[in-house]
Ligand binder design. Structure first.
Ligand code: GLY
Length: 258
């Protein structure tokens, strides 16, 4: 596999989804607008909530972005794991009542295996425990063996952050190999750094009012979150997100204080 740089991977993702009909938009600001449920933008979908709910009309029903993010809920993990950062870039493709599971899953697989060249045998999808439709797409259309498809509950495979659009999700983990972890936590879906989630496809079909009351959205949407730095960790086979080419070129210039 070619060891693509962060800047190459960002461009590869955005142009791949342009080929699939998505409109490329710039990152939105890190400061939310008209959203009192968030202090800082935490995901690609957050600035687009009105397009998911149908309150506003998007410029196109298929969009792709690379969004600047800070995920306050993950800050406790920064410095403890190889895969959490304060600031990160999240690549996304989004469907507002347009394409759904049958397109989003094969496109994720095509990008990771054919464009980037990750070994398909190191990729492990997970689905929400009740989501037979997504499970069957992985099994029958993508031909991933049943023993590599995991079913997880709400804690792992239902995406929501406060109020707003949410839904069951299907994630793709990459097995970095034993050299990056061989403890009891280094199992598929575990807290260790060996199996690293790189891609999350949310089947965004509910609205959470912020008090745990769910209603159906007017349309079924796709909300994808793909951590750019995490993908670079897998592709470059480096120890952590702080070792990818862009961050390394900065940190290598810092002269230790005497
Ligand atoms: N919105 C999906 C994610 O950030 O993983």
């Amino acid at each position: 596999m070619k060891k693509y740089g962060v800047n190459e991977l960002r461009e590869m993702f955005l142009s791949f989804f342009e080929e699939k009909g998505c409109l490329r938009l710039n990152s939105f600001s890190l400061v939310p607008h008209n959203d009192t449920s968030l202090l800082i933008i935490n995901s690609g979908m957050a600035p687009m909530k009105p397009w998911f709910t149908g309150q506003e009309i998007p410029p196109r029903r298929r969009v792709t972005t690379c969004q600047k993010c800070i995920r306050t809920g993950d800050l406790e993990n920064v410095g403890k794991t190889a895969r959490h950062g304060t600031f990160f870039e999240m690549l996304g493709n989004f469907s507002f009542g347009d394409y759904f599971k049958k397109e989003a899953i094969p496109w994720a697989w095509e990008f990771l295996t054919e464009r980037v060249g990750l070994d398909p045998e190191r990729l492990y999808p997970s689905v929400y425990v009740d989501d037979d439709e997504a499970y069957n797409i992985w099994l029958n259309d993508m031909h991933v063996p049943a023993e590599r498809i995991y079913k997880f509950g709400k804690e792992d495979n239902f995406w929501e952050h406060g109020s707003g659009p949410c839904g069951p999700c299907s994630e793709i983990y990459y097995d970095r190999g034993e050299k990056y972890g061989n403890g009891p936590e280094d199992v598929m879906g575990g807290e260790g750094d060996r199996f690293m989630e790189v891609w999350n496809i949310v089947f965004s079909q509910f609205n959470n009012d912020g008090h745990g009351n769910y209603t159906d959205l007017v349309q079924k949407n796709i909300d994808t979150g793909m951590g750019l730095e995490r993908l670079a960790v897998a592709v470059q086979d480096v120890g952590s997100i702080f070792d990818v080419d862009t961050l390394k070129s900065l940190s290598s210039q810092i002269i230790p204080a005497r």
